[in-house]
Design a protein around this ligand. Structure first.
Ligand SMILES: Cc1ncc(COP(=O)(O)O)c(C=O)c1O
Length: 387
């Protein structure tokens, strides 16, 4: 029997970056401490839990929903983006998606063609590369946040401008950044905006950690003069309210561009499940207490993790991760994978650095909100022992 081949993109995309670590983990019989995934141990705001929703008016729950999203959620998000993010979106400028992952896939589908280039400021959230790859869009990596952290006198404009080519159509940034927690200030965002203006680029602003900054405020690049017209800003209930399982996210941007994003959403999931959008809206309306408490707890977890880990690490200004350089601790041609395997054999998982950018194979990411503080410190103690 013969079959057609699989698509080039499907062949090229990695299935799991953790497969080798899981093999090593199999020998560990005790408590497994999963610090590799970006998640939270906190339950969502009480109002946003599924059991709290009034699901009696069943017709809406079982019918197809409007393509842009459930109107009350779209209205509340539009208001939130205008007031909190200071982005002047028009009515019709918000699209609800199946998480930020789907949001970014729809943005890439709406803005880029095969062979176009997208600049990724690295280290970057790994899935953006695969999203680009699945559409035959070429990722151009620009080492950025670690460069600025190492040498604040570097010119962010120059770092990016030299990577622009005639094929560049878009730039992806993440602030606060996953994996290193850098929160971009207005000066750096202004430099990025200048590149975007001069080269005529779209900007994909991944702001899913906007509520989790500890040392400086979050600024949306779309709030800078002239940037709302060329920026798509992405948010997520996964990160803001600990509702990753609901798979609800959104994109805000110029109405005409959002219409193109909507086509992509409509042709992939059709609409996000109504029942889940309701729980998201409840969090948005009543989750301020959760945000304040989660931020305080995450900050404490961050500080304890930095203090406990016996490796030098920069204190992240935002997000929920430590990005750790394992150079000098047994890295080889495969980067720090051998070290991470030894750590996995002690029942602790970390995310290998290579998927965050070609320059980061010796690095690994540790999520300090995935488990409660006692298990976090136990996990770090085990890492220290392995090292
Ligand atoms: C920077 C960043 N963007 C997007 C996402 C995707 O979030 P969602 O769960 O909403 O798809 C994540 C999840 O880890 C993330 O860290």
């Amino acid at each position: 029997m013969t079959f057609p081949r699989l698509s080039v993109a499907a062949e090229a995309l990695p299935l799991s970056i953790f497969a080798r670590l899981y093999e090593k983990l199999a020998g560990w019989k005790g408590d497994v401490i999963p610090l590799q995934i970006g998640d939270t141990y906190l339950m969502p705001p009480p109002a946003g839990r599924l059991a709290q929703q009034d699901y009696r008016d069943e017709r809406d729950l079982y019918a197809y929903g409007p393509a842009p999203g459930w109107p009350p959620l779209v209205a509340a998000l539009t208001e939130k983006v205008r007031t909190r993010n200071r982005i002047p979106v028009e009515d019709g400028g918000v699209q609800v998606t199946a998480g930020a992952t789907h949001a970014l896939a729809c943005c890439v589908g709406a803005l880029l063609d095969p062979g176009d280039e997208i600049i990724l400021l690295t280290p970057h959230w790994p899935l953006i590369r695969g999203i680009a790859q699945s559409r035959s869009v070429v990722s151009i990596e620009v080492p950025f946040s670690q460069m600025l952290l190492a040498d604040p006198s570097l010119d962010p404009y120059a770092l990016i401008a030299r990577a622009v080519s005639a094929r560049t159509r878009a730039l992806y940034l993440c602030t606060p950044n996953n994996p290193d927690g850098l929160v971009l200030d207005e000066a750096v965002l202004g430099a990025i905006a200048r590149v975007a203006h001069q080269a005529g680029l779209w900007v994909l602003a991944d702001e899913v950690y906007e509520h989790y900054t500890y040392d400086r405020p979050h600024v949306s690049i779309a709030s800078l003069p002239g940037m709302a017209e060329r920026t798509l800003t992405v948010g997520s209930f996964s990160k803001s309210y600990g509702q990753a399982g609901l798979r609800v996210g959104y994109v805000a941007g110029p109405r005409t561009v959002i219409e193109a994003v909507r086509k992509m959403s409509n042709h992939s999931v059709y609409n996000v499940p109504h029942a889940l959008q309701r729980a998201a809206l409840a969090s948005l309306r009543e989750g301020q207490g959760f945000l304040d408490e989660a931020r305080a707890r995450y900050r404490q977890a961050r500080d304890q993790a930095v203090a406990a880990l016996k490796l030098p690490v920069r204190v992240p200004e935002g997000s929920t991760y430590l990005f750790v350089d394992f150079a000098g601790h047994g890295c080889g041609p495969e980067g720090c994978l051998p070290v991470l395997e030894r750590i996995a054999a002690a029942g602790v998982l970390l995310a290998p650095g290579a998927p965050f950018g070609l320059a980061y194979a010796d690095w690994a990411r540790l999520c300090f909100t995935a488990v409660d503080e006692a298990r976090l410190l136990e996990g770090i103690e085990r890492i220290n022992r392995v090292l």
